[in-house]
Design a protein around this ligand. Structure first.
Ligand code: BDR
Ligand code: CA
Length: 318
């Protein structure tokens, strides 16, 4: 099997943690590194959380710390959803290990250069590290295969009526990414809100038996309660959706479109403006917007991946 070299930029974050748990057991993905950024919580904490998750999954990838604040704005975080610790209050051992001193954006460039056009970036948080890398290394776009981004929405928002959190936190960086010339897959709310997990499905996963599957269940307990109180059927697997797209694009429907980010609006800062549903088109169709997911297959795939932690056979899941 030809494995896809990926670098995952993230801000764990309960669903980022879930995404890392999954990515580590997807044989199609070859994780070269994880980089951390401020987003759901401060970067010190997203980095600690990435280290804790790596230890839980016996991951061998290096972790590089990134930006502590957006390129030009004040940081906005989301502890009310992810918990003050960013992991929904779930206790995980803190491994005693030293961190590399190389910064996230330098690692992104170095690894992209080593793979010379083959590296896929999967971004699960605000786009600050990528924005800084693009500003510092002008040749970076030519060195990347594509960017699979959890962020944005063709319709609506979650942090404001117009904007999704990852784009809202650093809209200037996000717009740099959409304009950089690398094909961007926008795995936004249009599709991630369809990729939800009900309480029953979460229990089924918890019952798979491994510590990793149990933690997958536990990290969503608090956010699940909030989602149910809001009248939803379950918790959206935003970041896992982007990771699964990188390995299994056939689970999703994608449409080519032009996308830019609003950086100046009074009510619309952070909106991903797409021409998908518009008669007027942008000059460039720079993105693939995910619009649909086969939810049943998506969940089946997630169960199958997580079962690997317990060495259960994939065949048991048909
Ligand atoms: C995105 O925002 C964060 O809170 C989640 O981790 C996800 O990446 C969803 O809007
Ligand atoms: Ca995230």
């Amino acid at each position: 099997m030809k494995r896809i070299p990926v670098l995952i930029d993230c801000d764990p974050g309960v669903d980022d943690a879930a995404a890392l748990l999954l990515a580590n057991q997807i044989p199609e993905l070859d994780i070269q590194a994880v980089t951390t950024v401020a987003g759901n919580v401060e970067v010190e904490q997203t980095t600690v959380n990435a280290q804790k998750i790596r230890s839980l999954i016996n991951g061998t990838f290096p972790i590089y710390r990134g930006a502590e604040k957006p390129m030009v704005r004040t940081l906005v975080t989301a502890p009310e959803f992810h918990g003050a610790d960013g992991l929904g209050g779930v206790f995980l051992e803190m491994p005693q290990e030293s961190m590399p001193t190389e910064k996230a954006w330098d690692a992104i460039y170095r690894i992209a250069k080593a793979y010379d056009g083959e590296l896929t970036l999967i971004t699960l948080g605000p786009l600050t590290n990528i924005g800084i890398a693009l500003a510092k290394y002008r040749e970076l776009p030519a060195l990347l295969k594509r960017i699979v981004m959890m962020g944005g929405a063709a319709v609506g928002g979650n942090v404001t009526p117009a904007a999704e959190f990852n784009i809202y936190v650093d809209p200037e960086a996000a717009d740099m990414v959409f304009c950089c010339g690398v094909p961007v897959v926008m795995c936004g709310l249009d599709v991630t809100m369809q990729a939800y997990l009900t309480p029953e499905e979460t229990e089924e996963i918890g019952a798979l038996g491994s510590p990793q599957a149990r933690i997958f269940r536990e990290i969503f307990q608090d956010s699940m309660k909030k989602c149910l109180a809001w009248g939803r059927k379950g918790v959206a697997l935003h970041d896992p959706a982007a990771v699964l797209y990188a390995a299994y694009p056939d689970l999703f429907t994608a449409e080519k479109a032009g996308v830019r980010v609003e950086t100046k609006g009074m009510l619309t800062v952070g909106k991903t403006v797409t021409d998908l549903y518009s008669d007027q088109k942008f000059e460039e169709r720079n993105a693939f917007v995910l619009t649909d997911v086969d939810r049943a297959q998506f969940l089946k795939t997630i169960r199958m991946i997580l079962a690997r932690y317990g060495n259960q056979s994939d065949a048991a899941f048909g």
